[in-house]
Design a protein around this ligand. Sequence first.
Ligand SMILES: Cc1cc2nc3c(=O)[nH]c(=O)nc-3n(C[C@H](O)[C@H](O)[C@H](O)COP(=O)(O)OP(=O)(O)OC[C@H]3O[C@@H](n4cnc5c(N)ncnc54)[C@H](O)[C@@H]3O)c2cc1C
Length: 441
Amino acid sequence: MVGEPSNHRLLPGTTRSLEDREARAVDFGRMTRQVPEAVATPRSVAEVANLVHRAGRAGIGLAIRGGGHSQGGRSLTDRGVVLDTTCLNRVQPVGSELVRAQGGARWGDVVDALKGARRLPPVLVDIGEATVGGTLAAGGIGTTSHRHGAQVEQVEQLEVVTGTGERIRCSPTQNAGLFNAVRSGQGQFGIITEAWIRLRPAGARFRQYELHYRDFERFVEDLDLLMESDRFDHLRAELRHRENLIVLLASNEYDELPDDDRALESLGYDELVYTRDTASVGRAGMYPSWSFSWLHYHPWRDWMLPWEALPRLLAQPMLPPDSMPRRAWSWIGLYPIGRGEVEAPLFMRPPQKRLISYSVLAVMGEFEREKAIELAKKLEDVDRELVGLGAKSYLSGSVGYSPEQWEQHYGEMLGQGIRWKREFDPNHVFHSADMPFGVGA
Ligand SMILES: Cc1cc2nc3c(=O)[nH]c(=O)nc-3n(C[C@H](O)[C@H](O)[C@H](O)COP(=O)(O)OP(=O)(O)OC[C@H]3O[C@@H](n4cnc5c(N)ncnc54)[C@H](O)[C@@H]3O)c2cc1C
């Protein structure tokens, strides 16, 4: 069984250079450090299949890594090989309805490949460096999720290399079990080597309004109104407890100059701080690539809550306001979420139709490790409180759950996940120490 110190020399195309291993020893969260024994950077799907097949036979564990923008060590290993997917990055529009993107393509590259096409994936994440495979392994939510749900609900077909090294196409009608396992599957069942992603019409330009609210009840009323009236293409909010402020970014894509009065009609914000226009429609909702430093610690967690929990979320801070560092890009954020077209059974979310996502992402300096650990602990308490309000964790990385907490998280899907693990990764090639599907290994 996989998990023993590895004899990685049996794997073709791996490198043991310290530089390459160090480059994959931390993730964006930076709270965990694990130096892999070797690194593989396959350049073709055939190479991936060969690597996985041989790893299974040799008892070598693989950690799949895309952009490494997860946390808690989900894409790390110190007892095996990191399989870095980022050389599998081809993006190819197919007519006006679909784009084919390899699993290691970054979302920023997907947007760039569609430049001028006036089509975009229904949902984009706010970090252009995350990969297609990486966010499909989690869920993928963003500024348009109030309309379109999650990215996992927007893919038509996937190509996957399973734990036995088989290369398989899957969709809702073909190998549906595998299709359901790998979407939000946390890289536990197979490597997503290519995705056929639906496209939607996109405007030529993007207009964003930054609206400030000091009256939180009024914000809730307005968000309700915006969900009902569906008048904005993009919605995203930031909670700044220390300033007693909510910042709502509401945006529309447009071809003809939009009517601001109509867009903002009957909203009760305190201040319209700016109106911003850009022609970079796909990248408008993404952080600039220079925003974050990999030298910083980023304790963070994400959840999805029933819409009805929103007033409680805002009534009092989940964390003492001083716990959040006063650093640029530290944020407590909200995205409204609706349902997409194709259900993804491992994308665990509260059952309600309308949800709100809640994220806390702290940016802490390179000499603030102790403080970062303290905050990560507090976030575990916040998790328990939010789960008590009906939340599900959004697995943007490892969450350190106990077996009981996993049972609570996955409910009936836990048994199915265990069966899928046996079916698609019987030798436990894919790194799974912190996930609950590998029981009986
Ligand atoms: C600043 C910041 C902003 C973010 N914003 C958003 C956001 O707007 N919306 C959102 O949904 N998430 C967001 N996230 C979370 C992030 O998208 C997820 O953690 C995502 O999994 C990271 O993708 P990655 O390519 O970096 O994956 P990695 O961190 O490399 O890997 C994450 C997980 O995905 C698995 N995986 C990676 N590639 C594949 C593949 N090809 N096939 C199968 N499994 C694979 C890995 O095994 C691992 O379990 C954000 C994260 C950060 C740091």
